[in-house]
Design a binder for this molecule. Sequence first.
Ligand code: IMP
Length: 180
Amino acid sequence: MKGIIKIQDKEFEIFIKSFEISEMVNRLAKELANDLKGKDVVFVGILNGAFIFAADLIRKVNMDCNVSFVKTASYKGARTSGNVKTLIGLQQEVKGKTIVIIEDIIDTGLTLDTVIKEIDCHNPAEILVVALLFKCEACIKKVRIDYLGREIPNNFVIGYGLDYNGFGRNLRDVYKMRAS
Ligand code: IMP
């Protein structure tokens, strides 16, 4: 059937088309550039999921900035383990700077909460958050999202950097898992 793909044992259907993703990225980039021009900005992407969103976003943000990444892991298959591990920590000097954390999707909020606490230890001037997708029904940690693409229902999604067991990150569109 059109718009349906199979990855391992699961079927996924098209959910957010690549042109809609581009529109969100363009809007977020404009908002960031308007608000942050003239500030000493470091973008910090959260790997692995945010690598495509971060790459697209920072190329659209028309301003001087530094870019860095941290790497965390919490998901097993289509579920969070609830336990966020930092695999690669912050390698960049952030003291006194404006940090913009780039997150692909906020689900429970545990990853973001962990990363914010870690960065905050290095005394930045401020920490802002830009996220492409937010599953508000799944969120258990209260998190402030300064720049958001859109809210989505509590479905497992893949594509545009997001994976199922490591697969699906290279899909241009975002797909949601079908009930089995
Ligand atoms: P949180 O800690 O529960 O907010 O989850 C954050 C991380 O889990 C994201 O950065 C993603 O890497 C991953 N994640 C959350 N929801 C999904 C999903 O629906 N599909 C794929 N990965 C997800």
